[in-house]
Write a protein that binds this ligand. Structure first.
Ligand SMILES: [Zn+2]
Length: 289
């Protein structure tokens, strides 16, 4: 009897869920952008969660099942999710699969003698506008019945991105010229650096898959001393021990935590715009004097 009552209570909910577009996002930043634009008309299953590292992620059978049943799959592209292509093709899903970074002009970096595209394109707010329009178009294509709502939510989101762009230009743009070189764990901030004339160095390259050698760490410590780099920053997706060791041995101080490849689980940095603002404020505070 009690079970039946529960079933009656649950039924309307599950019917509603079946009507909503089922969306899978590959990592937390895309989950938030997609939620802002999709609003109440979609259900999101996100694969790599807050504070987690998508470079070294290993998907589960549950992830495959959600992709198989989805109507839309939103990925970053630029080889960020090295595990994703095989996962998607393995499910033979009929979902629309899009790369949110399509249309971004990719930065390239030399790594181990190869030229590779930098996947961290979301770290430039101008690129976030491209992500947002790609996500909006995909939602409309997968669920045309709610195109008006997606268009409206997109316009609201775009206005919020523009507002943060103006804030970033007025704060980061005013940092003293001599304070524009900093150190993080891995090369995740080159797009931000390019936008605001800040140079980022890191013991690890574009991906976190390979640990840096002792010689590479020693070279970075030397560079910090020689160039009088003032602050090093830990990242939310990484164990901060190596950076703390680098700070101690080089005499630089820890400037705070930057959100690189994932949102925070809670608090102001649990949305993309919140995390970007937090990064702007952390950088400004550490570098302005
Ligand atoms: Zn990364």
């Amino acid at each position: 009897m009690r079970v039946l009552l529960w079933l009656c209570l649950l039924l309307p909910l599950s019917l509603n869920a079946a009507e909503r577009l089922q969306v899978v996002t590959s990592f937390s930043i895309l989950a938030d952008m997609t939620r802002q634009i999709g609003g109440d008309h979609i259900d999101i299953y996100n694969i790599v969660g807050p504070d987690a590292d998508a470079h070294t992620f290993e998907p589960s059978p549950d992830d495959a099942r959600h992709i198989q049943q989805a109507g839309l799959v939103v990925t970053n592209g630029l080889h960020f999710e090295s595990w994703l292509d095989r996962l998607v093709s393995g499910t033979q899903t009929k979902a629309l699969v899009i790369r949110a970074s399509d249309g971004v002009i990719p930065r390239t970096m030399e790594e181990d003698g190869q030229t590779i595209a930098d996947p961290h394109a979301w770290n430039n707010l101008a690129n976030a506008k491209i992500y947002a329009v790609n996500i909006k178009r995909a939602l409309i294509q997968a669920d045309p019945a709610h195109s008006d709502a997606y268009e409206r939510n997109y316009q609201t989101y775009l206005a919020a991105i523009e507002k943060l762009l103006a804030y970033a230009q007025s704060t980061l743009g005013q940092l003293p010229a001599g304070n524009r070189h900093i150190v993080t764990s891995h090369d995740a901030f080159a797009y931000l650096g390019q936008a605001y004339g800040i140079r980022f160095s890191a013991p690890q390259g574009l991906s976190t898959e390979r640990e840096p050698s002792a010689a590479e760490v020693a070279a970075l410590i030397r560079q910090i001393r020689e160039e009088h780099i003032k602050a090093v920053f830990v990242e939310n997706i990484k164990d901060g021990r190596l950076l703390k060791q680098i700070a101690e041995e080089s005499g630089a101080r820890i400037g705070g935590t930057l959100y690189s490849d994932a949102l925070a689980a809670e608090g102001p940095a649990s949305t993309y715009l919140g995390m970007y603002r937090s990064n702007i404020d952390t950088l400004t505070q550490a570098l302005r004097d």
